[in-house]
Design a protein around this ligand. Structure first.
Ligand code: SER
Length: 317
C-alpha cells in the first residue's frame, strides 16, 4: 500500500493535490505537512502535521515512522518573493530538494514528485512554442534554482536510479488557496478583485503573454505523470506542460463578458522583467507522447468557473 507524504500541503498546489491524492490512495494514506497551518478540509479529511522541510532529522523520522513510499515536495519560494531575498530563496529551494533527494535515496522511497517551472527558461530561449530541449539561461533566482533542481533530479535518477518525476508548471490559476509571491499570480488576483471591487490594477503590461493552466488540469496531469509506467518516461529532468496562453488584456476581456463593468488598469512593477524573460507558449509534445498528456480547460471555460467559484467564496451570488 502506498503511503504518501505531501510537503507544502497548505499552499496553492498542495491544498488541492492533497485532496485529490486522498481520493486515489485513501484519506489515511496521504500525510499532509506544511510549516503553516492547513485549511480545515485538509485537516479533517486525513492526517496533517506541522513539519519544516529544512529540518532533515525530523523529516527522516517522519518518513520512517509512517513508512512513507512516495514524496511530493511542493514547498518553495516563488519568483517574485525570491527576487526580494535572493540568497534565502536559493537556500530554501535548493536545500529542501537536496534533503528530499538524499533522504529518498537513503530510505528507498519509491517515487518522488518535484515541481519545476517555465521559469527555467530565459531571454535567450525561443519564446513561442518553447521546446522541451532548448537554450536555458534563466535570469531570476527562482528560475536558476529550478534549473539547478532539474539537473539534480536527473542526476539522482541516473546515478541512484531514484524514480523522480517532474513538471515545468506554467502559471497556475485556482480559487481555493491564494498563490504566494509569483509573477503569474495576477491571473489569480484579477478574479478576486473583479468580484470584490469590479476593478484591478495589474502589475504586468497588457500584452504580457504567458503560459498558464487551470488547477484541475495541473492536478490531473501531476497524478497521471506519477501513475505512468516508469519505462515510458523519457524525461527525468522535468516535462514541459502546456495549457492556455493569454495576456492580461485578453483575460480582462474574458472577465468583461461576465462582468461588463469590470475595469483594468496597468502599473507594471519589478515582476514585468521576470515575465518578459519567460516564454509565451510551450511545446509539450514530449509529455503528450510519453504519457498521453492533454489539457482540458480553455480560457473561456476556466474564467467562467473562476468567477463562479470566487463569487461563492466571497459570499456574493
Ligand atoms: N507561477 C510561478 C511564479 O510566477 C512560476 O512557476 O513564480
Amino acid at each position: 500500500m502506498e503511503k504518501i507524504l505531501v510537503i507544502g500541503a497548505a499552499g496553492q498546489i498542495g491544498s488541492e493535490l492533497t485532496l485529490a491524492l486522498r481520493k486515489v490512495y485513501g484519506d489515511q494514506n496521504v500525510f499532509a505537512t506544511d510549516i503553516k497551518d492547513a485549511q480545515s478540509d485538509i485537516k479533517k479529511s486525513g492526517p496533517f502535521q506541522l513539519l519544516d522541510v529544512m529540518d532533515d532529522k525530523r523529516l527522516i523520522h517522519f518518513v520512517i515512522r509512517y513508512k512513507i513510499t512516495q514524496i511530493y515536495l511542493l514547498a518553495a519560494v516563488l519568483s517574485g518573493n525570491a527576487e526580494r531575498l535572493p540568497l534565502q530563496a536559493w537556500d530554501i529551494n535548493m536545500r529542501s530538494l537536496l534533503n528530499i533527494l538524499d533522504l529518498a535515496r537513503e530510505v528507498g522511497i519509491k517515487k518522488v514528485f518535484w515541481p519545476s517551472s517555465i521559469a527555467v527558461f530565459g531571454l535567450t530561449t525561443p519564446k513561442v512554442d518553447t521546446p522541451q530541449l532548448t537554450i536555458m539561461e534563466p535570469n531570476t533566482v527562482y528560475g536558476i534554482s529550478k534549473l539547478a533542481g532539474e539537473r539534480w533530479c536527473e542526476y539522482y535518477s541516473n546515478k541512484y536510479k531514484l524514480d523522480i518525476r517532474s513538471i515545468r508548471y506554467p502559471g497556475l490559476i485556482s480559487y481555493k488557496t491564494e498563490a504566494g509571491g509569483g509573477t503569474t499570480d495576477y491571473a489569480v488576483e484579477i478574479f478576486e478583485e473583479a468580484v470584490e471591487t469590479g476593478k484591478y490594477e495589474c502589475f504586468l503590461k497588457p500584452d504580457t503573454k504567458l503560459p498558464m493552466m487551470f488547477m484541475p488540469d495541473a492536478i490531473r496531469g501531476t497524478i497521471e505523470l506519477m501513475e505512468a509506467d516508469s519505462s515510458k518516461l523519457s524525461i527525468r529532468s522535468s516535462y514541459n506542460l502546456s495549457g492556455i496562453s493569454f495576456d492580461p488584456k485578453g483575460l480582462a476581456e474574458e472577465i468583461k463578458k461576465i462582468i461588463p463593468d469590470f475595469e483594468i488598469t496597468y502599473k507594471p512593477d519589478f515582476r514585468q522583467s521576470i515575465a518578459d524573460s519567460w516564454p509565451q507558449s510551450i511545446d509539450d509534445s514530449v509529455a503528450r507522447k510519453d504519457w498521453n498528456w492533454k489539457h482540458e480547460y480553455d480560457l473561456e471555460k476556466m474564467s467562467k468557473i473562476m468567477l463562479r467559484e470566487t463569487k461563492k467564496k466571497s459570499g456574493k451570488k
